[in-house]
Design a protein around this ligand. Structure first.
Ligand SMILES: [Mg+2]
Length: 244
């Protein structure tokens, strides 16, 4: 009924783009941040694209996203420190600028959830499965609360937990493994739900029972290539048995 193999006892959900419609808000905040930075040094520089976001940024800890995208353009910046102001030309300064834009947008427009994902989350709970949110976002707690589904989640591994426990971010499997541990299940007993290439890679690397790729931006093939066992465009397709 949930479209999962026998033996799955827990669901590990990425947040932005899987449960909440916030991946687009992240993309817009990154685009503004990177475009301003790129154009300040070279008015002819190609601007940040959706493909850049999918390949280099989505799903990763903020500083890794800054570093990996800039490296793709041959740019290396000093790391700086997490206290750097948003104006600093450092990895952490650029990350702060993006986060300020993101938080302003979320404060203004709130957090929208995917109705199909909420239906799936409820169905999973009703079937007795344990649930966790596993996200690189440092705003995980606030976004889950603003989305109104905190009571459907048994555990949360977010950017704050990741930093505190010294875990490696996606595409390393560490955060999903921590989610499985928090729910008391083995990786083979957990299904991973991810919309990011780095996220499905993490799912494959952790040898989870099933990796579900959630394709919100037309990258089904890339999700499969990076580790998704099945790809859906919305989680309620699994309820209908419609996974491809
Ligand atoms: Mg995501």
């Amino acid at each position: 009924m949930l479209g999962l193999p026998d033996g799955i006892r827990a669901c590990l959900f990425d947040m932005d783009g899987v449960l909440t419609r916030t991946a687009t808000v992240h993309m817009a905040a990154w685009k503004r941040t990177f475009d301003e930075y790129l154009r300040a040094s070279d008015p002819q520089a190609p601007l940040f694209t959706q493909l850049d976001y999918n390949r280099y940024v989505d799903g990763k800890p903020r500083a890794d996203g800054v570093r990996d995208f800039l490296a793709s353009r041959g740019i290396t910046l000093p790391e700086g420190s997490p206290d750097d102001p948003a104006s600093a030309a450092t990895v952490h300064g650029i990350g702060r600028r993006k986060n300020e834009l993101l938080l302003a947008e979320l404060a203004e427009n709130g957090v929208e959830v995917y109705p199909g994902s909420m239906a799936y989350l409820r169905a999973a709970r009703d079937a007795g499965l344990a649930t966790a949110v596993v996200t690189a976002s440092a705003n995980g707690e606030q976004v889950v609360a603003a989305g109104g589904f905190a009571d459907l989640i048994d555990a949360r591994v977010d950017g704050v937990v990741t930093a505190r426990e010294g875990l490696r971010g996606k595409p390393a499997p560490d955060t999903f493994l921590a989610g499985a541990r928090a729910l008391g299940v083995e990786p083979a007993e957990a299904a991973v739900f991810e919309d990011a290439l780095a996220g499905v890679e993490a799912g494959r690397a952790g040898a989870f029972g099933l990796v579900v790729g959630v394709d919100r931006v037309g990258q089904a093939e890339a999700l499969r290539a990076h580790g998704a066992d099945v790809v859906v465009t919305d989680l309620d397709q699994l309820l209908d048995g419609g996974a491809r």
